[in-house]
Design a protein around this ligand. Structure first.
Ligand SMILES: [Zn+2]
Length: 138
């Protein structure tokens, strides 16, 4: 999976151009660590149950080598979500938004990743693409 610094511009969505990257980690760049509220994980799972940009391949975790990682997800119809094959997009406070790989949930749960506070607030506010999508797109 490509590495993008947290907060760098996300360039793959010209319909929602003000997205910034969060959670595109790799094992050669340090990342922000810390505890996160359980509500953040729940919010991420809710967003991951309705992902965007689903790909055919599955990305491998750069830290533990895990692939085809799944996580129990009460928000998903199947009860679990495969990580590493899609993105979650969530609106920020100022009209922009954030684009993160679903594998980020694994980074948070198993590798101590603490996403940037503006992203955490956006997830907790809970306006993902499913609920707050720009006109004509979800
Ligand atoms: Zn891992």
């Amino acid at each position: 999976m490509p590495y993008y610094p947290d907060g760098s511009p996300y360039v793959y969505d010209d319909l929602w151009p003000e997205l910034v990257n969060v959670g595109w980690l790799d094992d050669s760049h340090p990342y922000r660590r810390g505890d996160v509220p359980v509500e953040l994980v729940d919010g991420l799972l809710r967003l991951a149950a309705d992902p965007v940009n689903v790909t055919r391949g599955v990305h491998t975790c750069p830290f533990c080598g895990g692939s085809y990682l799944t996580v129990e997800n009460p928000h998903a119809a199947s009860g679990s979500t495969l990580l590493g094959s899609a993105e979650i997009h969530v609106r920020g406070a100022g009209g922009g938004g954030f684009a993160a790989p679903t594998l980020m949930i694994h980074y948070v749960l198993d590798h101590g990743y603490a996403p940037p506070p503006p992203f955490q607030r956006a997830v907790l506010r809970g306006s993902g693409r499913g609920g707050g999508a720009p006109p004509g797109r979800r």
